[in-house]
Design a binder for this molecule. Structure first.
Ligand code: SAM
Ligand code: SF4
Ligand code: SF4
Length: 375
């Protein structure tokens, strides 16, 4: 059952949200004829990424460098995190507005206790087209051997595991805490055994640190059914010391792999997919490349992000979010939440990656961290 009635105009009611949000979003009703919602650039709202924690047991150099995220770093206190009930409620509102895909992320999502209980709740959601919500999760894999079966049993079908190197020395340098690549590989094997399909691997490539691992990772997973997605190192947040020299463009990644294992481009599955796919000419599977820096894809970006403390971010590079926790905790109805989300999405005009050159100077000191809103 949908959280709010479709096929009618949602009534205007007095809402108890912050004044600024009130002024921005009051008076925006939602009718079925405009679903899925479209933003100011006509992009539909289709994907919700939910961060369930801002904490992580890794300190990847491109995401949570240990010099910044040290032992005194102030993570969110427990009471500030959305409860599973609150997350489910927000997710229902979003699905009622046209969202078809939900990705759980973090921080490290498997650090959140009893995550499978949340998965079980979200797995029951039905889209406006009366299909199952496409529910997935991105994890660093460190706890996956233990958790894979419970997540699968709870109704999650797909999973993405981040793994930036096969070589132990390189991987341990990338993750900043000396964690073993072998343990992550065991987590991937556990996911395959538990019946996840597909299992994908994310590899962020940073020049001079793990670019030597492009071919070893491709070789390792070729023919296993696991698709590796090679991701250009992005200038998310303000703490990872990003510069253009440390980005290995996807074209270079493809050249390296193609020289050893010829590839045939097959494009994007859906326009909103982040990765462009290529299949091995000999039939032993496929890879994906995510070219957020060299070939931005903002024009098809249908993603909205919910932070662990209940803020909505319309772009990975946003400087601030819209608080949806407060209206929930002060008793506002689903209709009010729906109008808030709708108002936010309608105004959205973000296309940071396409404007990177011009905008960097303006945004560099304000961007939210990747570990806060998930990838
Ligand atoms: N901790 C989980 C993990 O690492 O899979 C989930 C959260 S993590 C923020 C989500 C994804 O974002 C990971 O695949 C990670 O490699 C990617 N990521 C983080 N920082 C990045 C950056 N600066 N550029 C590109 N990808 C990044
Ligand atoms: Fe943690 Fe994932 Fe960020 Fe690495 S990429 S520090 S595993 S949140
Ligand atoms: Fe979407 Fe923002 Fe990334 Fe562009 S920069 S693809 S709008 S999240």
């Amino acid at each position: 059952m949908k959280a709010f009635a479709l096929g009618r105009v949602i009534p205007l009611v007095e809402v108890s949200v912050a004044d600024s949000a009130k002024q921005s979003f009051q008076g925006h009703d939602v009718t079925t004829s405009e679903l899925p919602l479209r933003d100011a650039c006509s992009r539909p709202l289709r994907d919700l990424r939910i961060s369930v924690t801002d904490r992580c047991n890794f300190r990847c150099i491109y995401c949570m460098p240990k010099e910044v995220f040290g032992k005194d770093y102030a993570f969110l206190p427990r009471h500030e995190l959305l409860s599973f009930e609150e997350i489910e409620r927000v997710a229902r509102v979003f699905v009622g507005l046209g969202v078809e895909k939900i990705r759980l992320t973090g921080g490290e999502p498997l650090l959140r206790k009893d995550l499978e209980h949340l998965v079980a709740r979200l797995a029951t959601l039905r889209t406006l087209r009366d299909a199952d919500v496409d529910l997935t999760l991105t994890t660093n894999g460190s706890l996956l051997s233990r958790e894979a079966q419970a997540l699968r049993n709870a109704g999650m079908k797909r999973i993405t595991v981040s793994l930036d190197a096969i070589d132990e020395t390189v991987f341990q340098r990338m993750n900043g805490v000396g964690f073993s690549a072998l343990v992550v590989q065991q987590g991937i094997d556990a996911a395959l055994r538990a019946g996840f399909a597909p299992v994908k691997v994310n590899m962020v490539v940073k020049r001079g640190v793990n670019d030597s691992q492009i071919l070893p990772i491709a070789t390792h997973f070729r023919g296993t059914g696991v698709e590796v997605r090679f991701i250009e190192f992005m200038d998310v947040g303000t703490s990872n010391g990003w510069n253009t020299e440390s980005v290995v463009p996807s074209s270079e990644i493809v050249r390296i792999i193609d020289a050893r294992f010829p590839l045939i481009p097959t494009g994007r599955h859906k326009p909103s997919d982040t990765s462009v796919r290529l299949r091995y000419a000999d039939g032993l599977g496929s890879i994906g490349v995510i070219s957020s820096v060299s070939q931005p894809f903002c024009g098809d970006c249908t993603r909205l992000r919910l932070s662990a403390d209940g803020q909505l971010f319309t772009c990975l590079f946003a400087s601030h979010g819209l608080d949806i926790r407060m209206p929930m905790r002060t008793g506002d109805s689903d209709d009010v939440l729906c109008r808030l989300v709708a108002g936010l999405w309608r105004q959205r005009a973000d296309r940071y990656s396409e404007q990177r050159g011009q905008m960097n100077a303006v945004c560099s000191s304000q961007k939210v961290e990747m570990s806060f809103i998930g990838g």
